[in-house]
Design a protein around this ligand. Sequence first.
Ligand SMILES: C[S@@+](CC[C@H](N)C(=O)[O-])C[C@H]1O[C@@H](n2cnc3c(N)ncnc32)[C@H](O)[C@@H]1O
Length: 206
Amino acid sequence: MKYSLYDIYPSGIFNGYGIDYAKKRFAVLKEIPHFNSILDVGSGPCFLKQWIEENFTHNIEYEAVDIRQDALDLCDCPKYNTIPSNKTYDLACLFGTVTYNIDFETNKNKQLLKDLLIQSKTVSKQILFTVFKDDQLNTISEKRKSQFVFYTKNEIKEMLDELGLKIKNIEKTFRRNVETDVYEYDPWYLSFEYDRFEYFILCESK
Ligand SMILES: C[S@@+](CC[C@H](N)C(=O)[O-])C[C@H]1O[C@@H](n2cnc3c(N)ncnc32)[C@H](O)[C@@H]1O
């Protein structure tokens, strides 16, 4: 039995959780020091572009990457099916890009995130990405466990070490976990009820 992106998102407008939830998560960008350009990797229908226009007064160049053409067709911006090789950006974002356990192949999906981070590193010094926390595994059904990709803090740290990326601190909403040296988005600081399920990781090239 296969489990494809088209089972999860029946059409390009779906991001898996709706625009309101997406916008709550984008608010983490307000904590990142000034940036003028952003590559949204796994953009879906580009809700981030709309959020940026609503929340920043200065001009931010926004470009989108998604493997789903039906999602990109809804976006009014420069858009690509793969990360462009001839451009650079101040920030690359992967909001929920590797969340669903496509075809129930966890290792393959984890490799996909690694590959996207490697490519993102070639176009941007700073990268922000989100993944599901493994610490909710005791509270969800076996079926849901198989449908998503989860990460431990150590896995994230090891992956970033391997990729030559270091975790970057950004003020109060990120706090350093002393055990792993990972800076995590503090879900309670802004009372984001959903974000207790995810790590928000800001990293940069070493
Ligand atoms: C959960 S949605 C998130 C959409 C958007 N970032 C948001 O927060 O609203 C994940 C998106 O990542 C895209 N995606 C998955 N694998 C990808 C890949 N290898 N390269 C580019 N996009 C990918 C999917 O097509 C989907 O649109």
